[in-house]
Design a protein around this ligand. Sequence first.
Ligand code: PEP
Length: 248
Amino acid sequence: MARRRIIAGNWKMNMTPSQAVELVNTLKDLVVNDAVDVVYCVPAIDIVPVVEAVKGSNVAVGAENMYIEDKGAFTGEISAPMLVDAGVKYVIIGHSERRDYFKEDDAFLNAKVKKAFEAGLTPILCCGESLEQRESGVTMDWIRLQIKSDLVGVTADQVKSMVIAYEPIWAIGTGKTATSDQAQEVCKGIRDLIAEIYDTDTAEAVRIQYGGSMNASNAAELLSKPDIDGGLIGGASLKADFGQIVNA
Ligand code: PEP
């Protein structure tokens, strides 16, 4: 069964609410493609206006983060039920910037993945190695450890519906893209791991994205690889290039 492609933008900490609506309107006609799932993962403050602005279009909205509790005394946090009520469908979990700057560990990310499913959100679970790890030859060991830890207690049916994003840290925001062979090798390794932990049906169903300086000129080559089902795009999601990636 062919996996449906999924192209998601990660806006990071960019776009004020009014700039966000302007960007959605600028991209509206460029991202039309019935064969692809298109997602904008936006800052929390942009969620409500962006959900409104994409109404009637082929774009779904994602959050960049969420907390593991439903409500309570957690000043500054946003819960999964809040996201769902606002119209959010996806949530990025375990982006390297959150792992690194905000010290989110795998046990915490595992709790987030489970909470996202409980609330009805689709997690986009990120994993990826540093340059040092790649150069030391431990890329796949590291990624296997991340994925195994982040999926403890997650069922096969849940994994079938989720998205995993392979994002080498050295390629994020650096302009240095992994070659399509490097990206394919790790995405296949992730799929093999899912087959090992679950079964081949689950491995064949889960969608695996590549992320890391994907842009209008390298997207087609990366997306031509058999185990790369889409992209998680940072910088290039804030401009017209995003439309070219969707249609690549
Ligand atoms: C990202 O932040 O997930 C990302 C892939 O960023 P960029 O495309 O800018 O490298």
